[in-house]
Design a binder for this molecule. Structure first.
Ligand SMILES: [Fe+2]
Length: 177
């Protein structure tokens, strides 16, 4: 079958909202760390999706849970309170609620047999919700914090501290380091 190669290739590519967050991130700051963790989470979901039924799925799920929980807790303790301080309490409440739901759904995944089709369906449901949540963060909430929160250095120090507190042991295993 002939492939159409002309129109889309010639059109300028609109920068995504995620690109906006990457454009303002600075090396080592909380935003670059959070974006890196988002990439890690996306890769962990992919690894879990590709894992064959059985023990490999359990290992992949545990790797996903470490980075997902460590990242979520650092956001909940450091970044979402910054949103509240910026008079965006409603956005913060949405963010907290979405991450609480993700934790509930991950617990449900843990209860399912890794050999069952339900496991893959549950994982897909969680991935869809988490990817949408991360898009909101990268396209809106993170930008607001980066642009308006007065003490960026404090956010960076505290974000890194909270993430590392949770992942100090587990992240090493999930990275294969
Ligand atoms: Fe996030």
């Amino acid at each position: 079958m002939a492939r159409s190669t002309t129109k889309s290739a010639q059109e300028p590519v609109a920068p995504s909202r995620a690109d906006a967050a990457r454009a303002v991130a600075e090396p080592g700051d909380w935003l670059s760390c959070a974006l890196e963790h988002h990439d890690h989470i996306r890769a962990a979901f992919e690894a879990a999706r590709k894992a064959p039924p059985g023990g490999a799925r359990i290992a992949a799920m545990k790797g996903l849970a470490v980075v997902l929980n460590g990242h979520a807790l650092a956001e909940e303790v450091v970044l979402y309170p910054a949103l509240v301080a910026l008079d965006a309490a409603e956005d913060a409440q949405t963010a907290y609620a979405e991450q609480t739901e993700a934790k509930i759904q991950m617990a449900e995944l843990e209860r399912l047999s890794p050999a069952s089709p339900d496991w893959a369906a549950q994982l897909e449901q969680i991935e869809t919700a988490v990817l949408a949540h991360m898009e909101q963060e990268e396209g809106s909430w993170f930008l607001e914090i980066k642009e308006s929160y007065p003490d960026q250095a404090k956010l960076t120090a505290r974000y890194r501290e909270e993430f590392e507190r949770y992942t100090r042991t587990g992240i090493i295993a999930t990275n294969g380091a």
